[in-house]
Design a protein around this ligand. Structure first.
Ligand code: NZQ
Ligand code: ZN
Length: 390
């Protein structure tokens, strides 16, 4: 285990009564509020009206920034920053999924930074202050409700760039699994893949003696495998939705990264896909992650992949060698993705090899020359992984 400092300051209100805590949070941070939301799902499920009614009870003044798209773009971030500055906003409240929350995070930071907000993503600038951010989560997936990341795409050059900083931890997050019952199966599936990927990125580490976090991840992955089929069969099964939602939060709140170095190559390779082709992040991960596993297996990855196969997918010793057990684990992961309605190849998503050079070079450049830590990847390795995903 390597040395670490762990702190996650986000207060979580979880369950059917979670929204009843909104009033006390508004009283804590201030009632001049920027409300950020997506394309309309919160209105369809009645959550918008509920939130507005609670804010009214607090005599809140609310400015709205709706219409945030999946794979969120930079322009609404700039609009949100203007709204915060013009109106002395005291609290940014995100109601939605990772795209809405990441937009709100960028706004909360950008409003406290004099220069161009994109500087914060490229590392050209930095801020020390941030507006308080609250989230009300409607899709378990990105884990942004308790994470230190924000991922935004700049439209001009389709550059999808993440920024990790403790300033990104929300002050509070409200998670009621009931809100997730309205998710279409495709979004539910993409969320499940993303949650599992956040744990798998951390699982595949070269750091030895990390049994506690290994076993926590294995247990949480098995929780996902057990509960996923239930929500496809019965979308309003509260208990299964609750298991998935809480796992999604813990998957990415940095606890499971303690004492180890995560890989994150698959995420960075996926960000290139969703930047260029605007596919859902989880759908992209279902394509990239198995290809990454196949690439690392013969390059020193067999031992850890075999452990994953045995403990998460119960692959029996009868499969023989470490390599064969590892390969069966990858096959079972792909079969799981298929079972929840996702595809695992680029061509099934009408994506060819025309942009592989560009994507590989940018992914490696954004990572500073080497992508990933389990296996250090150069651009030619990344390109080969995209080839494996075709
Ligand atoms: O826009 P609306 O109408 O709200 O519809 C959304 C959207 O179309 C819909 N949806 C959300 N809740 C719903 C619902 N539909 C019906 N009922 C509900 N209860 O779902 C669609 C997807 O929403 P989005 O916010 O894009 O999903 P997700 O949470 O997967 O976020 C994806 C973004 O997060 C980034 C991804 O790269 C991507 O840009 N990530 C952010 C991370 C972070 N900040 O820590 C980490 C992740 O690895 C990821 O990179
Ligand atoms: Zn992710």
């Amino acid at each position: 285990m390597i040395d670490f400092t762990f702190q996650n300051p986000t207060r979580i209100h979880f369950g059917k009564t979670a929204l009843s805590h909104l009033g006390e949070e508004v009283r804590r941070y201030g009632n001049r509020i920027l409300l950020v939301y997506g394309g309309g799902s919160i209105k369809r499920i009645g959550l918008y009206d509920e939130v507005m009614a609670l804010l009214k009870q607090e005599n809140a003044q609310v400015w709205e920034l709706g219409g945030i798209q999946p794979n969120p773009r930079l322009s609404p971030v700039r609009r949100g920053i203007e709204l915060c500055r013009q109106n002395q906003v005291q609290l940014v409240l995100a109601v939605g999924g990772g795209s809405v929350i990441d937009t709100a995070k960028a706004i909360a930071n950008g409003a406290c930074y004099d220069g161009d907000v994109w500087d914060l993503f490229t590392g050209k600038g930095s801020n020390t202050e941030v507006l308080p951010l609250g989230t009300i989560v409607t899709i378990p997936a990105a884990g942004s409700e308790m994470s230190n990341s924000s991922v935004i795409t700049r439209e001009e050059d389709q550059c999808k760039c993440g920024r990790n900083t403790p300033l990104n931890f929300p002050a509070f997050s409200i998670l009621n699994p009931e809100y997730t019952c309205s998710l279409p199966p495709y979004q539910t599936a993409c969320g499940i893949v993303d949650i599992m990927a956040h744990m798998m990125e951390r699982y595949f580490t070269q750091v030895e003696n990390v049994e506690l976090t290994d076993r926590m991840i294995e247990g949480a992955l098995r929780t996902m495998l057990n509960n996923a089929p239930i929500v496809f069969e019965k979308p309003d099964d509260y208990d299964a939705r609750a298991e998935i939602m809480w796992t999604g939060c813990l998957a990415h709140n940095t606890l499971l990264q303690t004492g180890r170095v995560g890989d994150w190559a698959s995420h960075k390779m996926e960000h290139e896909l969703s930047a260029l082709y605007d596919i859902a992040h989880g759908a992209g991960l279902a394509i990239v992650f198995p290809a990454w596993m196949k690439y690392v297996l013969p390059r020193g990855g067999a031992k850890k992949l075999a452990q994953f196969a045995r403990r998460v997918f119960e692959v029996p010793e009868a499969f023989g060698s470490e390599e064969a057990i590892a390969a069966e684990g990858i096959a079972r992961l792909e079969a799981f993705y298929h079972s929840i309605g996702l595809t695992t190849t680029l061509h099934e998503n009408s994506i060819g090899d025309q942009d592989f050079d560009r994507m590989a070079q940018r992914a490696v450049a954004l990572a500073g020359g080497n992508l990933g830590f389990f296996l250090r990847l150069k651009a030619e390795d990344v390109k080969a992984i995209y080839q494996l995903a075709l």
